[in-house]
Ligand binder design. Structure first.
Ligand code: AMP
Ligand code: ZN
Length: 124
């Protein structure tokens, strides 16, 4: 449901978004990369020695809400993952990128994020 007359940032559900708060510096995180549109930080409950989340600074709920004009941003998120993989020395050893989407996809935080995992042999 759309909130008439309010922009995305003014909507209540977005004000409560933990990842929006991280992007705005209102919630602490260990930031490993940021520019005008993307921020990346350590996952608070790492599933591998390297577990970094790459997010758009603007609130996008999930991959399902990606529109054609977001495609350059999505591409830059992927390229950012590769850049960070180099930065944290898993570029050559290998890494995994995951985007959980929706309930059965295991998405817990309703702000699009790309998991970058590596630093050990990943299974399954
Ligand atoms: P997902 O299940 O794909 O929605 O993943 C959400 C991820 O966000 C999980 O891996 C959490 O450990 C991580 N997470 C939740 N809160 C924070 C936080 N404040 N800082 C960093 N990572 C977080
Ligand atoms: Zn958000």
């Amino acid at each position: 449901m759309k909130s008439e007359g309010l922009n995305t940032k003014d909507r209540k559900e977005d004000m409560d978004c933990i990842f929006c708060n991280i992007a705005e510096g209102k919630t602490n995180s260990r930031v490993v990369f940021q520019n005008e549109e993307i921020i990346a930080f350590d996952d608070i409950h790492p599933q591998a020695p390297i577990h970094i989340l790459i997010i758009p600074k603007k609130h996008i709920q999930s991959l399902n809400q990606i529109e054609d004009n977001d495609l350059p941003l999505l591409t830059r998120m992927l390229v950012t993952a590769k850049t960070i993989a180099k930065q944290v020395n898993i570029y050559d050893s290998g890494y995994r990128l995951v985007i959980n989407t929706g309930k059965e996809g295991g998405q817990v935080i309703q702000h699009l994020h790309l998991h970058l995992l590596g630093g050990k042999q990943l299974r399954g």
